[in-house]
Design a protein around this ligand. Structure first.
Ligand code: PLP
Length: 372
């Protein structure tokens, strides 16, 4: 108990989680009610509506999966893919790689199209792979959090559509920080997380399936190997007229998501996107005099996650030591590089509520103090 009382306040400027808004934390302290209580089911319906708004979709099958973004990824892939079916997956960072691994474990025949970490996928290479493999599914990451690269969606999605493949999009980091338009882009299935630009706690993964994707799941030859993530079973609780028990939905996390969605929609998506872009510009402008340089070309940069090459001074002190001082002395978390970029870059997240001038200025001030 005492450890909970002494937990520090942190400014979370890493790749996620971001700080939850006080209204989200307040909502999460409301009394528990049952997961089949009509009041809770009404709240869940509101959450589903809110998710449809942020995903810009009318998909009926839009719901929060009861686990983090990786479970959303797994839900989408294990429902859409059967053993032996072909899938093309773009890999230019950790999360494209994770999708490929999940698809392999589902028994799919996986073709990856790789790009150097820190660059976008080459849409023409993806189109070539699609033409060659004629996959059932084409999957890629919209906002690659391991590198800070934004992948343009329309070129790849039109190549997939021409081959009549279904399109899966990872929106874990992009949702509510960058335009995500499932219906306009013709995305068949997408997933996200609550702990990034939605500024809620980790623990739920919003997913959305088009009618065509739902139909594909309905027409499977084999049962989905995951009982927990089988969409046709989940539909009994999340979708049907009569709601039946599937698993005990995480009540408190759902309250938080409801409050988080209210904030996003009250602010307005457009205003939120502008806020993210302005915060990232302020950060880069402030970091450059300290010797940090952006890893990613300007045209491909994410607003909510900036990856920067480290200046000599930080390397001399030791990048982990500088991050340690930021955390210990200033209460600020930033993210390290992953995979080939470990030790080379930092990943600085300005997500959701933190995409504002004050967090940027707090970080810059702390860095000036540490680096002199
Ligand atoms: C792009 C992307 N996809 C998937 C995930 C996995 O989400 P989680 O860590 O919530 O399971 C993350 C998490 O950082 C991510 O950034």
């Amino acid at each position: 108990m005492s450890i909970l009382k002494t937990l520090p306040e942190r400014l979370l400027l890493g790749p996620g989680p971001s700080n939850a808004h006080p209204a989200v934390l307040e909502a999460m302290s409301r009394p528990l009610i049952g997961h089949l209580d009509p009041e809770f089911l009404a709240l869940l319906d509101r959450v589903k509506d809110g998710l449809r708004s942020v995903f810009a979709t009318t998909n009926g099958m839009t719901l929060p999966i009861s686990a983090t973004g990786s479970a959303g990824m797994e839900t989408v892939l294990v429902n859409l893919l059967e053993p032996g079916e072909a899938v093309v997956i773009g890999v230019n960072g950790v999360f494209g790689g994770r999708m490929a691994e999940v698809a392999r474990r589902a028994g799919a025949d996986v073709t990856t199209v790789d790009a150097t970490w820190g660059t976008r996928l080459d849409a023409s290479e993806v189109a070539e792979a699609i033409a060659l493999v004629r996959p059932k599914v084409v999957a890629f990451v919209h906002a690659e959090t391991s590198t800070g690269v934004c992948q343009p969606v329309e070129e790849i999605s039109s190549a997939a559509r021409e081959a009549d493949a279904m399109i899966v999009l990872d929106c874990v980091t992009s949702l509510a920080g960058l335009p995500v338009e499932l219906d306009r882009w013709g995305i068949d299935a997408a997933y996200s997380g609550t702990q990034k630009c939605l500024s809620c706690s980790p623990g739920l993964s919003p997913v959305s399936f088009s009618e065509r994707a739902v139909e594909a799941v309905r027409n499977r030859r084999t049962p989905v190997q995951s009982w927990f993530l089988d969409l046709s079973l989940l539909a009994g609780y999340y979708g049907g007229e009569k709601r039946v028990y599937h698993h005990t939905a995480p009540i408190t996390a759902t309250y938080g998501l409801a409050a988080g969605l209210d904030r996003v929609l009250d602010e307005g998506l457009e205003a939120r996107f502008v806020r993210h872009a302005e915060a990232a510009a302020r950060l880069i402008e402030g970091l450059e005099p300290l010797g940090f340089t952006p890893l990613v070309d300007e045209a491909d940069r994410l607003p909510m996650l900036t990856s920067v090459n480290l200046p000599k001074q930080v390397r001399t002190i030791g990048e982990a030591a500088v991050r340690g001082r930021l955390l210990d002395e200033f209460g600020i978390e930033v993210g390290a590089g992953l995979g080939p970029l470990a030790g080379e870059i930092w990943r600085i997240g300005l997500m959701g509520e933190n995409a504002r001038p004050e967090p940027v200025d707090r970080l810059l001030e702390a860095l000036h103090k540490i680096l002199g």
